[in-house]
Design a protein around this ligand. Structure first.
Ligand code: SF4
Length: 316
């Protein structure tokens, strides 16, 4: 290939890390292991991960997704997703005699533990996160009378607390580093003795995927973020790319790819949220290849070695 050909080559550049994180892998593996361990059906409370392709595949294998324990027969096996649930729901499941497989991501469980610890010490806990998101609902449920959810810097400026000298902060694990930093800055200004957890609540997978898409955005004209519209971490990746000044859109399925006009685009970037299976990325890359984009895999911005063992009672 000569220099002129190389310049005219259209590229689909893929970021790394991308896709499944350790918490999502563990939750999906837990469902697969439960299907082999217990007689069907296995019940899953809410979506195991926010991804339609994963949910549909597991439904085909005999998993029933429910939003209410009334849909689970006594003695049934119910699995909680990586997002976690409130302690009230955990207690309710046990009181109904259900076998619980709790696949709450250990990084989310860490935030639950922080809320309990701060609440026991009498702190008001500001939880930075998206109101109504399952993870935020579960974390807030650890101490509802102590927790106030704030979504952005404006809410942080307005939040009222009973004792400004006893305020702590925790975060949803999938926030954008920069936005969370702004909110934290407002809280530190307002509450100088603000207590923070020893380590950031934003997990390694969120941090790495955001950095990878930020670097990808500098190299391409358009970024495609593969993942579900209700996936928090996927939406943050879109925001990070746009904040870097690059056009970016969320792609939940192949139909949405078909609707995109790539006229004049020579460099397209591709990444995937932490709940998006690699099989979807493969399908998108194949479709982009048909449109003349040559696949190029960028070097990793970080090595990832985090793994978790399966939750009880699958791990003996
Ligand atoms: S994004 Fe982070 S906190 Fe959420 S499941 Fe994955 S590893 Fe756990």
């Amino acid at each position: 290939m000569n220099a002129a050909d190389r310049i005219s080559t259209k590229l689909a550049m893929v970021a790394f890390p991308r896709g499944f994180c350790a918490g999502v892998s563990r939750a999906v593996d837990a469902v697969e292991a439960a299907l082999l361990t217990f007689p069907p059906p296995i019940y899953c409370f809410n979506e195991i991960v926010h991804n339609r392709q994963v949910v549909d595949r597991l439904t085909d294998k005999g998993v029933v997704f429910v939003h209410d324990f009334d849909e689970v027969p006594s003695g049934g096996v119910v699995l909680f997703s990586a997002h976690g649930v409130t302690p009230q729901l955990r207690d309710d499941a046990r009181q109904r005699g259900l076998t619980v497989i709790d696949a709450t991501c250990p990084f989310v469980a860490k935030v639950h533990a922080e809320v309990k610890r701060f609440a026991q010490s009498g702190y008001t806990i500001v939880l930075i996160g998206k109101r109504g998101h399952e993870e935020v609902v579960g974390v807030a449920g650890e101490a509802p009378e102590h927790v106030i959810v704030v979504e952005d810097a404006g809410e942080a400026r307005a939040v009222g607390v009973p004792d400004p000298s006893r305020v702590a902060v925790v975060m949803q694990t999938t926030l954008s580093q920069s936005e969370a930093g702004q909110v934290l800055g407002v809280l530190r200004d307002r509450f100088p003795s603000l207590k923070t957890p020893p380590n950031s609540d934003i997990c390694y997978a969120t941090t790495n995927r955001q950095e990878a898409v930020r670097q990808l955005s500098e190299k391409v004209e358009r970024v495609l973020v593969l993942g579900a519209r209700n996936s928090a971490n996927t939406n943050r990746l879109v925001e990070v790319a746009r904040n870097a000044g690059t056009a970016a859109e969320l792609l939940p399925d192949m139909d949405s790819l078909a609707a995109i006009d790539f006229d004049g685009v020579k460099r397209v970037g591709v990444t995937a949220g932490a709940s998006t299976p690699e099989s979807f990325l493969d399908a998108v890359m194949a479709a982009l290849a048909e449109r003349g984009f040559e696949p190029t895999h960028l070097p990793p911005v970080a090595e990832e070695s985090v793994t978790f063992t399966l939750p009880q009672p699958l791990c003996r």
